[in-house]
Design a protein around this ligand. Structure first.
Ligand code: PMP
Ligand code: GLN
Length: 384
């Protein structure tokens, strides 16, 4: 393993899911639902397979049906117009979109600002692209993790090339407010920065929070690469269908990198996801309501078990503080948890450069059936 990647080892999600299997624990670690997405969309995938749509290499930018559906979705939800032919690119999940965007847009030595804790592939992809990551730490404040805008401004230097934003935010569940996003946008315009924004949890916002795409702010459309994914919104994390929307020059750059990563992927699933994106609003509302109910079940269970709970306004993760349980090291806690309680969770410290800042925080996923969440809560309560 070369020096760029040596520090990253095995992703925590693989490690913890393997631990869940080997100990027979309830897996609230890796974020994947235990119920597959809509039957009619699975049928659409079967139809595509059977009818020979996508069984051979699909077009490099993605099948036209899906590009049109992505474009229509951005228009319908956010009044953002993207030309399906030149401003939409289909990728192998959001993971490839992030990698391709960073590989395409960074010069060696460029600084990238990302909000810490950050999704683990960000650090690895910045490193693969030869960039330097500059973390700005979200800190607990009145029940949620918030961004300090002054800290963000101070982090920008002459070498800053790009802001890597994620809202709704994994793992904290923070949804950046319209005001915060407006400030981020202003800074990006002032300092002439590119923005890559990971909005894969766009449909999972609760309690009146609102998802506002960064690309919708003044001066942002031309400098922003927006990333979406079908994995989260439609509960098909194994299909690996994601996408990028951006102006033509940026899409073309991302595509240059993408063509040498996978070239193309997920042929038949692209047709199915095109149908999924066109589902009526009722699907998205029901999905959100279901996840909200699950959030409340797990949040109540974790609080009763003695954790401090940061009630998420978005995503399907709950970050907790384990110090009220008399614990302080999230790594040790998560390694012992399967034996102790038969539950698997993720230590947030892996998402930090400043590991000590993340040490007492542990993430639980709630995209699971209600009785599974209840059983996990019961086990956790019994263990302390
Ligand atoms: N970004 C974030 C913030 C995520 O949580 C995930 C999935 N866990 C991804 C990107 C990757 O998405 P995909 O599965 O579509 O590659
Ligand atoms: N995004 C999911 C999570 O945060 C897992 C993704 C992965 O396994 N790479 O849990």
């Amino acid at each position: 393993l070369n020096r760029r990647l040596a520090e990253f080892g095995t992703t925590i999600f693989a490690e913890m899911s393997a631990l869940a299997v080997s100990t027979g624990s309830i897996n609230l670690g890796q974020g994947f639902p235990d119920t597959d997405g809509p039957q009619e969309i699975r049928e659409a995938a079967v139809r595509a397979l059977r009818d020979g749509r996508g069984n051979q290499y699909p077009p490099g930018p993605g099948v036209p049906e899906l590009r049109a559906a992505v474009s229509a979705h951005q228009e319908r939800r956010y009044a953002l117009s993207y030309d399906p032919d030149t401003e939409v690119l289909v990728t192998a999940g959001a993971t490839e979109a992030i990698a391709a965007a960073l590989l395409a847009l960074l010069e060696p030595g460029d600084e990238v600002i990302a909000f810490e804790p950050y999704y683990d592939s960000y650090a690895a992809c910045i490193a693969m692209a030869g960039g330097t990551r500059v973390p700005v730490t979200l800190r607990p404040h009145e029940g949620s993790f918030r961004l300090d805008l002054d800290e963000l401004r101070d982090a920008v230097t002459d070498r800053t090339r790009l802001l890597l934003v994620n809202t709704p935010h994994n793992p904290t569940g923070t949804v950046l407010t319209r005001e915060e996003l407006a400030e981020i946008a202003k800074l990006a315009v002032e300092r002439d920065l590119l923005v890559v924004t990971d909005e894969v949890y766009e449909h999972l916002v609760f309690d009146g929070a609102e998802h506002v795409p960064l690309a919708s702010f003044p001066g942002m459309r031309e400098r922003t690469v927006t990333i979406g994914s079908s994995g989260k919104t439609f509960s098909f994390t194994g299909w690996k269908v994601g996408w990028v929307t951006a102006p033509p020059a940026l899409v073309s750059a991302v595509r240059s990198a993408k063509q040498f990563l996978t070239y193309v992927a997920s042929g038949p699933f692209q047709y199915a996801v095109a149908e999924a994106l066109a589902l009526p609003d009722a699907y998205f509302e029901a999905f959100r309501a279901d996840m909200l109910a699950k959030r409340d079940v797990l949040a109540a269970g974790l609080a009763e078990a003695g954790f401090e709970v940061f009630r998420p306004q978005g995503t399907y993760f709950i970050t907790t503080d384990i110090r009220p349980l008399g614990e302080s090291d999230g790594f040790a806690f998560c390694r012992a948890l399967p034996e102790r309680a038969g539950v698997v969770a993720i230590p947030n410290a892996v998402f930090y450069d400043h590991r000590e800042a993340g040490a007492p925080f542990v993430r639980f996923a709630f995209c699971k059936q209600t009785q599974v969440l209840e059983e996990a809560a019961k086990r956790l309560k019994a263990a302390w």
